[in-house]
Design a protein around this ligand. Structure first.
Ligand SMILES: Nc1ncnc2c1ncn2[C@@H]1O[C@H](COP(=O)(O)OP(=O)(O)OP(=O)(O)O)[C@@H](O)[C@H]1O
Ligand SMILES: [Mg+2]
Length: 215
């Protein structure tokens, strides 16, 4: 089991719990679509799995290691070595070129692998765009760079929060296909948040978040 979420409860200061009792597992190489109404806590859950935020009770276990005892340094190490995130808003660094954006995370993690980056650049159709800056790219192109940056560390787990939410249908299909094929090639697992039943139907499994629980 790569990821195990057990009875997780999460509330923000002063508020009622957003997640009441969430349990979910994900095997290595599996893809899972997380759906749910706006405000149901999908991004919150993704942030917990990404070790970006703590939870009130329950446990999240990644690759056999429970997250709750981890300090900030150990959480950062998880994000450098084991998991990566792709967001709806791409979040590229505007002052870096495509090539620099692609390699920045792997480089900072001390896991620079030029051959793998070259492979990703080709696979993502970014060869001719390498020297451009993000502001001169279309949304679909920016998201392809963001996927390459996330995959550059060869994560065991890719987390994606509505990665096609800002794209038109054609670009969205391209981005989803690329993400699924890269994940399959590297035997990574994918936890993807989406509002689209069409996208959800392309993944191995589906989970629906409602009332703070997985249905
Ligand atoms: N940092 C925060 N502080 C307080 N409340 C928050 C915080 N982040 C999110 N919330 C609240 O938690 C609930 C769940 O938010 P979350 O962003 O996880 O929903 P979501 O399912 O991702 O929604 P959407 O589909 O619109 O992206 C919402 O009521 C939101 O207002
Ligand atoms: Mg969200």
């Amino acid at each position: 089991m790569l990821l195990s979420i057990e009875h997780v409860r999460k509330s923000y200061p002063g508020g009622r719990p957003v997640l009441n009792d969430v349990s979910l597992t994900l095997e290595q190489g599996q893809t899972l679509a997380l759906t749910g109404e706006s405000g149901s806590g999908k991004s919150t859950l993704l942030h917990l799995v990404a070790a970006l935020d703590g939870f009130d009770s329950g446990e999240i276990t990644l690759d056999g290691g429970p997250m709750s005892p981890l300090d900030d340094a150990a959480r950062a190490a998880l994000r450098r070595n084991t998991l990566s995130l792709v967001f709806q808003q791409f979040n590229l660094i505007p002052s870096l070129t495509v090539a620099q954006n692609l390699s920045i995370h792997a480089r900072l993690a001390g896991r620079d692998n030029p051959e793998w980056i070259t492979h990703l650049t080709e696979r993502l159709g970014l060869i001719d765009l390498q020297d451009r800056y993000p502001e001169n790219l279309s949304g679909g192109q920016q998201q392809r760079v963001a996927i390459g940056r996330a995959m550059a560390i060869r994560p065991r787990l890719l987390l994606a929060d509505e990665p096609t939410g800002n794209l038109d249908e054609t670009a969205s299909a391209v981005v989803l296909d690329l993400m699924l094929s890269l994940v399959a090639d590297t035997d990574a697992a994918l936890l993807l948040v989406t509002h689209s039943t069409e996208i959800a139907s392309r993944l191995d499994r589906r989970a629906h978040l409602t009332g703070g629980c997985i249905e």
